[in-house]
Write a protein that binds this ligand. Structure first.
Ligand SMILES: [Zn+2]
Length: 534
């Protein structure tokens, strides 16, 4: 009799999970959220082996294989593409899924065969000067190849600001013309405006130029003799201790999803001071002259560039890059109510001997999602709602992985009840604000705040949360793909620090305490949200 009774217990648990206290179940999951578990996973994901996890490159593939292996280890089912090809077992023919959602993105980058010419016509004679790519000029445009010839106008610093009563565009009709401008902030501006006012002024100028319908912008920084920094030779490769600040900016290809319309931004060319002076030749003014005079006398008259036009032909290389999201899932009692827990796993790659390890951005978020997956299966109980664990590719290129996911669902969009996004969860906001973390969430879901407040108390998690409800939750990461699709979101976010988007974003700078607390409160919340009706 006794033995028979014991053998019934597991059946009892499966049928009546709620007979056990929810707190006991949550505590069981919380037990696996330990600093050691976080260190073990982050240590590999943000190591040099994954080479900065650049979208479509080897390091990113290694990282995605690691994530898929961990999902399998944590008994999370594969939720990616259906495997093609023959299976030995007829019952799983074309039904088994992989952990990967494969797709292609378009990469556009500037090639080496760009042409930049200056045409000067005086008295019926035209002189053509041709400049050297990457030395005299650089094309900073990565859309479609363009061929254009248009007059050029000098606009000084190219600034318009009402507060300073200053306008470089006052007397000129710029429609269909190139503008040549000096791309530094002069002292009279930096002394009178605050940094955010300067930023706002430059944004206003950009949209003003767009409205005017200019042909393109030619920019010159005084003192620049060569427009592209030389690649570092092998014997000059810096010690990859990665302690030093960013040596050069990363190359700037543009990535997009195949179906997306290519937005025609204003073409932008950087020129050396020598090239700019060639354009100004014959006016009696040089870049240096203008800069030194402008310091004492603002609104300087602009030299007229009569008979001068610029010809530009750009060389844009377009290729397709194969990328993949990693998708795992726990099928709940209800398959038509889904919670998507996501984090991007890509980062910025490597260059010139430096690796952008992206430990905080965003190996930390991936470790968060992996650890949550493990905590959920550790309860041994099937949740009510279905939970998807998603690891996005190509976030750094414009949220391409999460956008692709949202647009390619095999079920109605309304089945997704919410998205919890994790991006950069291993840094406190600042040294003097040690405990604070923002919780951005969809305003109509007051429940997200209520359950956070309750669970922090119930499970003794010592975390100060600044609640940031919004009808249109802001931010530049993957939750935006869900916000734009009308899906409620929730996102814990501590701070940006100086390592952000530099090779110094390494595991050694992780703050394990905040990371662990964010994952603990997220687990308690997910368990509640996945097992209650709302
Ligand atoms: Zn990120």
């Amino acid at each position: 009799m006794k033995r028979l009774w014991l053998s019934f217990i597991p059946v009892f648990i499966i049928l009546y999970p709620h007979a056990y206290g929810q707190e006991d179940i949550v505590n069981k999951g919380l037990q696996v959220i330990t600093t050691d578990a976080l260190k073990a996973q982050l240590g590999f994901l943000a190591s040099d082996w994954t080479e900065g996890r650049m979208a479509g490159e080897k390091g990113e593939y290694i990282a995605s294989d690691y994530i898929a292996s961990m999902l399998q280890l944590y008994e999370i089912k594969a939720g990616g593409d259906y495997l093609k090809g023959r299976s030995l077992s007829p019952s799983v023919q074309n039904q088994e899924r992989s952990y990967f959602q494969n797709f292609g993105i378009i990469k556009s980058e500037v090639g080496n065969n760009n042409i930049f010419k200056l045409k000067t016509t005086t008295g019926g004679t035209t002189i053509i000067a041709e400049f050297a790519n990457s030395i005299d000029f650089t094309v900073n445009q990565t859309y479609l190849p363009i061929e254009i010839e248009a007059p050029v106008v000098f606009v000084g610093y190219g600034i318009k600001n009402d507060k300073l009563k200053y306008n470089d565009f006052a007397e000129t009709d710029l429609k269909g013309k190139f503008i040549l401008r000096i791309s530094v902030t002069p002292l009279f501006v930096s002394e009178s405006l605050k940094p955010d006012e300067i930023l706002a002024a430059s944004r206003e100028t950009e949209s003003l130029l767009r409205e005017m319908g200019i042909a393109g912008i030619i920019e010159c920084t005084p003192g620049v003799v060569k427009t592209v920094s030389p690649e570092i030779n092998e014997f000059m490769t810096p010690d990859p201790s990665e302690e030093s600040p960013l040596p050069y900016s990363l190359p700037n290809p543009r990535y997009s999803l195949p179906g997306k319309t290519i937005s025609g931004d204003i073409i932008r060319i950087t020129v050396s001071e020598r090239t700019a002076n060639e354009i100004l030749k014959g006016t009696g003014v040089t870049i240096q002259d203008y800069v030194s005079k402008a310091e004492s006398k603002h609104n300087l008259p602009k030299p007229q560039l009569t008979g001068k036009s610029v010809y530009i032909k750009t060389d844009i290389k377009t290729t397709q890059v194969a990328v993949r999201n990693v998708i795992g899932l726990i099928e709940g009692e209800k398959t038509d109510e889904i919670i998507v827990i996501g984090a991007h796993y890509d980062h910025m790659g490597m260059r010139n001997g430096y690796i952008w390890n992206g430990s905080d951005d965003n190996a930390s978020g991936c470790v968060g999602v992996l650890t949550l997956a493990r905590a959920i299966t550790s309860t041994g109980i099937k949740p009510e709602k279905t939970i998807i664990f998603a690891f996005w590719t190509s976030e750094e290129e414009g949220l391409l992985g999460s956008r692709y996911f949202v647009k390619n669902l095999s079920y109605p969009l309304k089945n997704i009840k919410m998205n919890l996004n994790f991006d950069m969860i291993s840094r406190y906001i600042s040294e003097d604000n040690q405990k604070g973390v923002d919780l951005t969430y969809t305003k109509s879901c007051a429940l997200f705040r209520d359950c956070t407040e309750e669970n922090l108390k119930r499970y003794g998690i010592d975390l100060i949360v600044n609640y940031k409800p919004s009808d249109d939750p802001p931010g530049g990461t993957d939750h935006r793909s869900f916000v734009e699709a009308g899906i409620p979101i929730m996102r814990f976010k501590p701070g940006h620090r100086e390592e952000y988007h530099t090779p110094a974003d390494e595991v050694s700078t992780a703050d394990w305490d905040i990371m662990e607390k964010i994952i603990r409160i997220s687990f308690a919340n997910i368990w509640e949200l996945a097992n209650t009706s709302w």
